[in-house]
Design a protein around this ligand. Structure first.
Ligand code: ZN
Ligand code: ZN
Length: 349
């Protein structure tokens, strides 16, 4: 694990991790509270007494330090060992924590490193892929299950709840984000929140959901039509579906993330819907549901084998409705393995 930090160790002599996902990634400790400090010589896990036993069991190869004040303990350690520069997750620190650490460890420089630290989780191991695959499979089954449940008169909130209940019942420890189950004109909101609105005949229904299995996230979206789809609904749906396939076809080892986004975006643009696709094509998924790499126009990253990304173009027309189709894929040498096996043909219920 320490060799993941080789790049950081060129300019720093320690790495301080405070987010639950990065602490878990490097140490195996899933309690989420405290901090992990890795230096060239030491691997410390600082946590409070509620977690000592768990930490000792999970964090193999780590010295577990029980403390009610991990900031002070960290500062003391840095001082005693003469560490001069420590990389840290600048997006996972409160201003109060940072100020306290700076004050107590005034000899040490803290180097903002959220991106470099985040990059270490991009390429997944076989074990991680297996967990994500199984998490996504629970999602696929939830989608198949919910199709029977979607009818005119059912509330969006109940759809969301039913999906979540199914995923929990089938092995998930929780959801990877708040389930999106929206219908009708609400589907023009890319991240709409389920309401008491009842599904009506002729509605688009967009379901975007994911679960957590053994710490790893899944994520998928399907949009269906209740009743017969109108010509306009079909046109929008088929545009998104074709764009999604173009995105999937672009995803492979060596591809630039920005180019994958561009491939799908250019197609939507050519169909006249460019102004209605206003988010990125996709994002990395792992211990977090949104992690690196992003398939976005701004990304400078290049895909590598065993990265896991979503491919999720959408068209959202205010006052009318929207469509998003999202699969989760693992990048391979020549393409990608699609982890979401459920159909993307337009379903008219
Ligand atoms: Zn999603
Ligand atoms: Zn997503």
């Amino acid at each position: 694990m320490r060799k993941k930090f080789d790049g950081l160790f060129e300019k720093c002599d320690g790495v301080l991790l405070t987010s639950s996902h990065n602490m878990r990634y490097v140490s195996g400790f899933s309690g989420g509270e405290g901090a992990v400090l890795i230096t060239k010589k030491h691997q410390l896990l600082l946590t409070d007494s509620r977690y000592t036993e768990q930490a000792q069991t999970e964090a193999k190869g780590f010295e577990v330090v029980e403390t009610n004040d991990w900031i002070k303990e960290t500062a003391d350690f840095l001082g005693q060992n003469g560490l001069k520069a420590v990389a840290f997750e600048d997006d996972r620190f409160s201003v109060a924590e940072y100020n306290k650490l700076k004050e107590l460890a005034s000899e040490c420089e803290f180097v903002a490193s959220k991106t470099e630290i985040g990059k270490m989780r991009m390429v997944k191991t076989a074990e991680e892929l297996d967990k994500i695959r199984r998490a996504e499979e629970i999602g696929c089954r939830a989608f198949e299950y919910i199709l029977d449940y979607i009818k005119p008169g059912v509330k969006e909130r109940d759809l969301a709840l039913e999906i979540e209940y199914f995923m929990r019942k089938n092995g998930a420890s929780g959801t990877s984000f708040d389930t999106i189950a929206i219908s009708g004109t609400n589907t023009s909101l890319p991240h709409g929140v389920p309401t008491d609105k009842k599904v009506e005949n002729g509605d688009f229904v967009t379901l975007d959901f994911g679960c957590v299995l053994e710490g790893y996230c899944s994520d998928m979206t399907r949009t269906i039509v209740v009743g017969k789809a109108s010509d306009k609904q079909k046109r929008i749906y088929n545009t998104v579906k074709a764009a999604q396939q173009i995105g999937l076809d672009a995803i492979k080892k060596g591809a630039r993330c920005a180019d994958c986004d561009k491939a799908a975006r250019d197609y939507i643009d050519s169909c006249g819907y460019g102004q209605y696709f206003r988010h990125s094509l996709g994002h990395g998924v792992g211990l977090l549901v949104h992690e690196l790499p992003n398939l976005s126009p701004k990304s400078e990253l290049v895909l590598d084998e065993n990265m896991v990304v979503s491919c999720e173009p959408g068209i959202y027309i205010p006052g009318f409705g929207g469509v998003r189709i999202e699969d989760l894929v693992a990048v391979t040498k020549d393409g990608c393995e699609n982890l979401a096996r459920v159909t993307k043909d337009l379903i008219e219920l």
